[in-house]
Design a protein around this ligand. Structure first.
Ligand SMILES: [Zn+2]
Ligand SMILES: [Zn+2]
Length: 375
């Protein structure tokens, strides 16, 4: 005999909540998930009345659930927000074109305005073209740096006060793990905060689903019948994030609250106050936020435009800095530049340097639907 819903006590239970273990019916699960998201928005003071909020819409489950929930909760609780959809077209055939179609369907159903910014239009390079020049590795590094800026630029164009992204509790826990394992103090300090002040871009960002388990987002989308796109990016996902993700899944199997606990740890970490953080300036070339003379996107573009895409990554940094500053090269450096221009073998393992830390939560392996859930 199927269990009865532990909330209403009348309907048969349709699922066991991954977060709490409670057996709930469909209606009670949806209501609980919506109320928890509302509470997270209120407690984190994520929005103020009258604000224009650009929802980063990838067409995937997280941002689709986020857009659906923000519209619903804004109407239900009178947040007084102006909501917009903002998508980034990286120029990845067979992936982004199909996911953008899902965003457009959402736009038609929801009536929210949609704005699409493309890498081609912003940088002159699509990801497919970058990948042809770069080979199979490091594409996510380029893509992450470019996407961060593209979202900011799109939000500024739309007059948005804030960007809301679909990062969930699993994403946040993975990021805390990864930054901790790397000793990336700067990111630990910036990345874990829930509030609108977090982030390093031009427009403040917030993550209304940061306490929502990925499994529950999949269930919510399923029980709401939301239409989303679920195929992985054609370019290899970030290897290191993959390890952090696998480790998190193991921890979660032993202790389901590990996801929430890690996110909580990230929020509560305090750092020594005398730690020096990089100063915030603006890029000499494009005017975007930067802690160096050139922002990371301009550095990568410089390499691409010179026909030396890997110039922007890790080990060639000193050479790149000299070129940018117009300093004369030594004979050895000229030789290295020549070798670099001639060939960058695709199998070469290029260590991710400073820029490798900038990858975003994209292209990761995704749960595709309730069938993938192990309960
Ligand atoms: Zn119920
Ligand atoms: Zn720049």
């Amino acid at each position: 005999m199927p269990a009865t819903c532990s909330a209403c006590g009348t309907s048969p239970a349709a699922l066991r909540r991954p977060k709490t273990g409670h057996a709930l019916c469909r209606a009670c699960f949806l209501a609980a998930f919506e109320e928890e998201t509302h509470q997270a928005i209120v407690a984190g003071r994520l929005f103020r009345p009258g604000e224009t909020v650009a929802i980063g819409a990838s067409g995937g489950k997280d941002s689709t659930v986020l857009a659906h929930l923000l519209q619903l909760l804004d109407q239900r609780h009178g947040y007084g927000l102006r909501l917009l959809l903002l998508s980034v077209d990286e120029g990845i055939a067979g992936y982004r074109d199909a996911s953008l179609a899902a965003v457009r369907r959402h736009q038609h159903r929801s009536g929210l305005p949609l704005h699409v910014v493309s890498y081609r239009q912003l940088y002159g390079w699509s990801m497919d073209r970058i990948a042809r020049h770069l080979g199979p590795r490091n594409n996510c590094t380029f893509c992450g740096v470019f996407r961060r800026q593209a979202l900011d630029r799109g939000a500024l164009l739309m007059g948005a006060d804030k960007i809301a992204t679909g990062h969930n509790a699993d994403d946040v826990a993975e990021t805390v793990l990864m930054n901790f394992l790397r000793g990336d103090v700067g990111r630990l300090r910036r990345g874990a905060g829930a509030g609108p002040a977090g982030g390093e871009g031009a427009v403040p960002r917030c993550k209304p689903l940061r306490h929502a388990y990925e499994k529950e987002i999949v269930l919510y989308a399923y029980f709401q019948g939301l239409d989303y796109f679920s195929t992985e990016c054609v370019y290899a996902p970030q290897a290191y994030r993959g390890y952090a993700r696998a480790l998190l899944k193991e921890l979660e199997a032993a202790r389901p609250s590990a996801v929430a606990d890690l996110g909580h740890s990230g929020e509560r970490l305090s750092l020594r106050s005398d730690l020096r953080m990089p100063a915030r300036g603006t890029c000499q070339r494009c005017g975007y936020v930067a802690s160096q003379p050139l922002c990371k996107a301009c550095v990568l573009l410089e390499g691409l435009d010179r026909g030396l895409p890997k110039l922007g990554i890790g080990k060639h940094r000193r050479l790149r800095d000299k070129l940018q500053d117009g300093q004369p090269l030594t004979q050895e450096e000229r030789r290295r530049l020549g070798a670099l221009a001639k060939e960058e073998p695709p199998e070469e393992q290029v260590p991710l340097g400073e820029l490798g830390r900038d990858e975003e939560l994209w292209g990761k392996q995704e749960l595709r639907g309730p069938r993938d859930l192990d309960f």
